[in-house]
Every structure is written in C-alpha cells, then in structure tokens.
Write a protein that binds this ligand. Structure first.
Ligand code: NDP
Ligand code: ZN
Length: 178
C-alpha cells in the first residue's frame, strides 16, 4: 500500500504540468489512476507490481523520468514492466503504432495486463471525452488499431479482454450512410 501511494505521488509530480487531449484538458494523472482502478477494481488484480507499473506507465514515455529512477524507487521488475509498455519516441508515429501490434504478443504477462488496461481506458476516453479535433473516422481508426494490439495478446486475461470488447462495442462511432 505504501509503495502504491508513493507511485501515485511520483506520477502526479512527474505529470504535474501535463493535460489529456480532451476538450476540458483533464489533468494527466487521471489516466494512470483510471488504469489502476480498472485493474484492481474491475478485473480484481492485486499483483502490486502490475498496479505500480500501471500508475507509472507513461512516466518514461511522456516525462523526464529515467529507467534508473524507476529502478531506484520501485525496483527492477516494475521498471522493466514500464519499459515494456514504453514506445520509442525517436521513431515516427506510424512506425511506433505498427511496432505496438508486433510486440504485444512478446512482452511479459504483467506488461500485457497494463497494455490491456491502457487500451480500455483510452477507448473509454475517446467515447466520452475525446480529443477535441478528432473526427469519427479518426476515432474509428484508433479503435481498430487498439483492437489489433489487443488481438495480438489475447489469452492474457479473460476479464480485461471482455472489458476491452465491451468498450470497443459501446464506444466505436457508428458509420452513417452518406
Ligand atoms: P495520438 O497517438 O496522437 O493520440 C492518441 C493517444 O493520446 C492515446 O493513445 C493516449 O495515449 C493519448 N490521449 C490523451 N488524451 C486522450 C483522450 N482524451 N482520449 C484518448 N487518448 C488520449 O493519435 P493516434 O493514435 O491517432 O496516432 C496518430 C496517428 O494518426 C499517426 O500515425 C498519424 O499519422 C495519424 N493521423 C490520423 C488522422 C486521421 O484523421 N485519421 C489525422 C492525423 C494523424 P497515452 O495513453 O499514451 O497517453
Ligand atoms: Zn496511457
């Protein structure tokens, strides 16, 4: 419990000047908290390393946090899970998205759980508080890409996969006849 509180404090500090892309520019930290909530309270996962990695999952990708810093505060295993869900930002965006599909099957079990929660939360966000300038077509493209990532790691956790499928079914913007 104390480590988890430390992770929330650490992530809140690292993301303190960041906002999500929705119209209201919600505080960034809401997103890592949402992942931990899905994992713990919707999927019943109590593996502390998974919950810690979920809270910390965007710190390397989106802040100045280093791998060593995560090792120092949260240990090698948690730092490793975060590394497994971190995109290489030196690559072009389309390449990063392709690599997520390619790598999803090959990361460790705990990283798969964090990835599932991340995709569940992002689909829910796009359905309820989307980036302000996204067309329905762009939202559909994101849903389809997220599904390709999840399809590549199926078998990791039936409960999370069901939550993803529900978010996909409920949130996918309908195609309208022209
Ligand atoms: P982005 O990667 O730019 O945005 C999605 C990411 O933003 C999510 O994965 C999430 O990442 C984060 N995020 C922050 N706030 C929200 C929110 N409110 N709801 C959901 N996600 C949020 O977009 P794309 O995934 O679409 O990737 C860009 C790709 O799209 C490029 O390849 C580009 O070429 C293409 N593109 C397509 C367009 C189109 O109209 N189809 C137009 C322009 C570009 P995290 O969890 O890591 O924070
Ligand atoms: Zn995320």
């Amino acid at each position: 419990m104390n480590q988890l509180i430390r992770a929330f404090a650490f992530a809140a500090d690292k993301h303190r000047n960041q906002r999500r892309k929705d119209a209201e520019a919600s505080p960034y930290i809401n997103h890592p908290i949402a992942l931990a909530d899905v994992l713990a309270n919707e999927a019943g996962i109590d593996d502390e390393r998974v919950l810690l990695a979920a809270v910390l999952h965007d710190t390397i990708e989106d802040t100045d946090t280093s791998h060593d810093e995560l090792v120092r505060w949260f240990g090698e295993e948690v730092a490793h899970i975060v590394a497994e869900v971190t995109d290489d930002k030196s690559l072009p965006k389309a390449e990063r998205k392709r690599l997520q599909i390619e790598h999803a099957a090959h990361v460790g079990h705990r990283a798969k759980l964090v990835k599932l929660a991340d995709k569940i939360c992002n689909l829910r966000d796009i359905a309820t508080m989307p980036p302000a300038d996204w067309s329905d077509e762009r939202k559909r493209e994101y849903f389809e890409w997220a599904k390709r990532v999840v399809d590549a790691l199926r078998g990791a956790h039936a409960g999370l996969e069901a939550l993803f499928d529900e978010a996909y079914r409920q949130g996918m913007p309908p195609r309208r006849a022209a």
